[in-house]
Design a protein around this ligand. Structure first.
Ligand code: HEM
Length: 426
């Protein structure tokens, strides 16, 4: 090719690229994007995000408002930090934001999005089958046995300082054979393996999906409840007057001659309020999981572009002074007479499990574990901080991860408060 032709070709490519960029710039400048700080090249706004992203984002929302746009590297991110914005993303435009971003992390650690947490919306409906109340009820005896093992472990350590929640899972052969059939469901993994063999094509799960869901059960089903219980107990150790009211309720409703059972929980409204107040101040998943805009859309007058990642900051909502009196104080009594149902996900001021199509499918299980765990800890033991530590010296810092637990694990000294024969029975 002649030199002139090379120059002409290069000029054409340059002009085309320039026009293309200009067109992109003009059409972007016509958009009304949510307000936010100016991003740096390459880094975007990552320099503004500290080790506790929900808190950094909360601080930024005080400047830029309840819907703001940030740039994380090359990705646009929109954050909703108020009840109105949570409703916009999780209810009004739920369908458009019901997907999850595809990243290398989800590809390699979540079996190429063959789990629930990271899967695209189209694959999620079939998972609901696994979390029905009927199934949960069939596993109740496992939860009861596990809880009793936990309580007897505490009894064994009474008088000595010990961390409240440990990561030890006790192996036991819980399976019981049903006299009708040869095989009876032992646990969730057995259900999954049964579904894998199910000839019904709607329910047939591949090996990869079973691995993905097992990962979700471990990630979503273990840390979350223990994190919530640890936060609740930490707050209670700082508020002996709340413990007094809670134990009065449990003594009155249950008496001192048996443990609290799951079916007792509806009769323990104060315990429920403690759980709600804990989830308000210490949401286990404060930013929910990332949602993804499937199409361009207008939300509250702003343009949200396809591919934008969307977070809802429930940590901010839980501290909104227009919704909560003295939001930084732990006051379970604020829920007295206030109808809030976290299970329906329609009270947008308290969304510990999210809302809408991507709401946590494990909410019933999570609530059962937290409420019966907490009620029995208060019923079965008195609690003190070790080494004459004062409640105000208790470290309440958070650490960010899949869930947000305490940075420093809670160490406590327990003493039994029920007749001793009850502990030997567990
Ligand atoms: C205290 C207990 C729990 C809390 C606070 C909690 C919270 C959450 C939250 C906030 C989400 C994200 C919702 C969203 O993206 O909008 C979620 C999703 C999820 N949770 Fe939970 N969870 C808990 C217990 C459980 C349990 C016990 C399981 C399973 C046994 C579970 C399994 C899942 C799964 C599979 C998802 C993904 C749902 C989807 O993407 O469609 N969680 N959870």
């Amino acid at each position: 090719m002649e030199a002139d032709s090379w120059v002409l070709l290069a000029a054409t490519i340059f002009a085309t690229s320039f026009l293309f960029l200009l067109k992109g710039f003009i059409s972007r400048s016509r958009l009304k994007l949510p307000p936010g700080p100016k991003p740096w090249p390459i880094l975007g706004n990552l320099n503004l995000i500290g080790s506790l992203p929900h808190q950094s984002i909360h601080d930024l929302s005080q400047t830029y408002g309840p819907m703001m746009q940030l740039q994380f590297g090359s990705f646009p991110v929109v954050i909703g930090s108020s009840v109105e914005m949570a409703r916009e993303f999780l209810k009004i435009h739920d369908l458009n934001f019901a997907s999850r971003p595809y990243t290398s992390a989800t590809k390699y650690t979540n079996y190429d999005q063959n789990d629930v947490i990271c899967s695209l919306w189209s694959t999620v409906a079939s998972w609901a089958e696994l979390f029905t109340m009927k199934r949960l009820d069939s596993f109740q005896y496992i939860r009861t046995e596990e809880l009793h093992l936990f309580l007897s472990g505490i009894y064994a350590s009474c008088g000595n300082p010990a961390t409240l929640v440990s990561t030890q899972y006790i192996q036991n052969d819980f399976g019981k054979e049903d006299k009708l059939s040869k095989f009876m469901t032992k646990d969730m993994l057995d259900v999954l393996l049964q579904l894998a063999d199910d000839p019904n094509p709607d329910l047939k799960f591949s090996r990869l999906r079973i691995k993905g869901l097992t990962l979700d059960l471990l990630a979503g089903g273990t840390d979350t409840s223990t994190t919530a219980i640890e936060w609740a107990m930490s707050e209670l150790l700082k508020h002996p007057e709340i413990v007094e009211q809670a134990t009065e309720e449990v003594d009155r409703v249950i008496g001192r001659n048996r443990w609290v059972e799951e079916k007792d929980i509806p009769n323990l409204p104060y315990i429920k309020s403690i759980m709600l107040e804990t989830m308000r101040m210490h949401p286990v998943v404060p930013l929910l999981a990332p949602h993804l805009a499937r199409e361009n859309c207008k939300v509250h007058g702003y343009d949200i572009l396809r591919g934008t990642r969307v977070f809802v900051n429930t940590w901010s909502i839980g501290r909104d002074p227009t919704l909560w009196d003295a939001p930084n104080e732990f006051r379970p009594a604020r829920f007295k007479g206030r109808e809030i149902d976290v299970v329906k996900g329609q009270n947008f001021e308290l969304l510990p499990f999210g809302s809408g199509r991507r709401m946590c499918p494990g909410y019933n299980l999570g609530l059962k574990l937290i409420e019966s765990g907490l009620a029995n800890l208060l019923h079965g033991f008195t609690w003190e901080l070790p080494n004459q530590m004062k409640p105000q010296d208790l470290n309440m810092e958070e650490v960010f991860g899949l869930s947000v637990p305490k940075k420093v694990p809670l160490v406590v000294v327990a003493e039994p408060r029920l007749p001793h024969n009850l502990y030997s029975a567990v």
